[in-house]
Design a protein around this ligand. Structure first.
Ligand code: BDP
Length: 557
């Protein structure tokens, strides 16, 4: 059982009104170090908030001796209003205990096996179970009356765009709301008043793939004073997303996804967010001509979505619901179990999953880059129990966001003749390993089987298909003239085979390779120092297949 603890320290040179406190990352043992944070002197009279970008997978937070927050779920933010517990100018101790134990009731799930040598954590997903604070911790202020949230929905009609907004304020019931929308150069293009309303943009410059044009919404809360009580800036990309038959449209134009399933994973940092790695990863995707990625298998740091918004990169946002599948669990965790049962994944797990969906949408709803919500990766999907489990979760996702298609990534054994839940969803996202886990070193058979399966899906559902995983492990530097698994050449051959098939099947509207880069996993016989399906190594050096991708994706654009 892994426990980790961390204490936050204020980073020097932080801006006014917002102070970043960095977390340390650790795993393996129970630690509760102590440290002090100085609250800036000038923050008197303000509301003071402590915010965690994430704590994997659950945390309890104290300020001095008072417990201020407890949070379940490793990849979404949480915060605590600590105004009444701190004195501006004074030092306070912030203590965080982080626990990465996975159980049948956590998302992702896992279980702890009792052995003669003590408890052992088992889990059903293929990436290392890092613990700790992987993202920034912030100390920030708001006025006492403040804007707590804004939701925007955008539409396009010819050259006219519209932005519908819903604003929530706390303590400002008597206040007025004024909203302006400015173009990137600062020109005001629309204004409105009231907590809800619409903004019309003539000659709109839409947000589109490859061109992350953003407007700036600026909301103000006005009381009796001659300056606003609070202001709230929000970048807005005006765009639409739609699915019709087997086509996927962005702004009414058919869109074809090229890119990757990724991981937040790098040497030394593990899962810790790193701005330099992030910018470098985006530059490498641009170098290949990739236009999209999936946040497999959990919501990524907000910085990644902000970057994607600004650069017109399309994102499939995914919850941490990975490994809800006995067929997979049997291989990954030597565990034989029934996926959905009173003692395994049950209604309590479903509540945690529902909450993970809510928190992902609450955080990411205003990002134009996000065009699909993926609510699970490779869950069991061929049983009545899986239908009962997912039906209400899909309904909840649609209730929270009626504007984005909903999907899940389908597991290899859930072929069209077995799958029972895809009818609930808008897009078919398939993870397939013909040429690797099936038809290894026989690419002719792999090609035949892949095409037959894709055609069977198109017979069963008139929905767009995105291949959200396909690939092969390749050890950097290993080459061969024969179709030899683990060589860089074989990886390139596998990818080329898939691309031939995609080009023959009309309903395929996207290809996202597994994986962008090699990544850390739990030990396994098929894992040589991690998972090597990256087209880049873990330290981001290109393998042979990147040449093929550059050619294909730069042409596709
Ligand atoms: C799929 C999973 C992914 C794994 C991949 C693999 O969705 O997380 O890493 O297979 O085996 O089943 O490489």
């Amino acid at each position: 059982m892994d426990w980790a603890g961390s204490t936050a320290h204020r980073r020097s040179g932080a801006g006014r009104g917002i102070s970043r406190v960095c977390g340390t990352r650790s795993c393996g043992r129970r630690l509760v170090p102590e440290g002090a944070v100085r609250v800036p002197q000038g923050w008197g009279g303000q509301r003071i908030v402590l915010r965690f970008g994430s704590a994997t997978h659950r945390a309890v937070v104290w300020v001095d001796d008072a417990e201020v927050a407890a949070h379940e779920g490793g990849y979404t933010p949480f915060e605590a209003d600590i105004t009444d517990l701190v004195v501006p100018g004074a030092e306070h101790r912030v203590t965080v205990v982080v626990n990465n134990t996975l159980s049948w009731q956590s998302i992702p799930p896992g279980h702890v096996k009792e052995t003669p040598d003590g408890p052992r954590q088992r889990y059903f997903h293929d990436f290392f179970n890092y613990a700790g604070l992987h993202r920034s911790v912030w100390l920030y202020t708001t006025p006492r009356s403040y804007i707590s949230d804004i939701t925007v929905f955008t539409r396009l009609a010819g050259s006219t765009g519209s932005v519908e907004y819903h604003l929530e304020a706390v303590g400002g019931e008597e206040h007025e709301v004024h909203v302006t929308l400015r173009d990137a150069d600062g020109t005001e293009v629309a204004r409105a008043a009231g907590a809800q309303g619409g903004l019309t943009v003539e000659d709109v410059h839409p947000w589109r793939p490859g061109e992350g044009h953003l407007y700036h919404l600026h909301a103000e809360l006005w009381g009796t004073s001659d300056t606003p009580a609070d202001t709230y800036p929000l970048p807005v990309g005006v765009r639409t997303v739609a699915v019709e038959g087997s086509r996927f449209f962005i702004n009414g134009e058919p869109f074809y996804f090229t890119g990757f399933g990724k991981h937040e994973d790098s040497p030394v940092r593990g899962k810790g967010h790193d701005d330099a790695f992030m910018v470098h990863d985006f530059a490498l995707m641009e170098w290949l001509g990739a236009n999209s990625f999936r946040t497999s298998h959990y919501p990524y740091a907000e910085e990644a979505l902000e970057y994607a918004d600004r650069h017109g990169i399309v994102v499939i946002g995914e919850t941490p619901a990975v490994g809800l599948n006995a067929e997979l669990g049997a291989t990954l965790a030597e565990a034989v179990f029934t996926t959905f049962s009173e003692h395994t994944i049950n209604t309590a797990t479903q509540d945690v999953h529902r909450q993970a969906i809510r928190e992902m949408i609450a955080r990411d709803k205003n990002h134009p880059c996000v065009v699909i919500w993926s609510i699970a990766n490779e869950p069991e999907s061929h049983t009545g129990a899986s239908f009962s489990y997912f039906d209400p979760l899909v309904a909840e996702t649609r209730r929270l966001d009626p504007t984005r298609p909903v999907a899940f990534a389908n597991f290899m054994t859930a072929t069209p003749d077995r799958d029972l839940i895809s009818g609930l969803f808008d897009v078919l996202m398939l993870n397939r390993y013909y040429g690797w886990y099936k038809d290894l070193a026989d690419l002719a058979a792999a090609e035949r089987h892949l095409e037959a399966e894709l055609r069977a899906w198109t017979q069963k559902h008139d929905k767009p298909i995105i291949m959200t995983e396909y690939g092969a492990d390749a050890l950097m530097g290993l080459h061969g003239v024969m179709p030899s698994p683990w060589t860089e050449d074989y990886q390139a051959d596998v990818l080329a085979m898939y691309h031939r098939v995609f080009d023959r099947v009309d309903a395929v509207v996207g290809e996202q390779i597994w994986n962008f880069a090699d990544f850390a996993t739990a030990p396994g016989l098929l894992r040589v120092d991690g998972n090597k399906k990256g087209v880049f190594t873990r330290d981001r050096r290109p393998k042979t297949s990147t040449r093929l991708l550059r050619e294909r994706w730069r042409e596709h654009r």
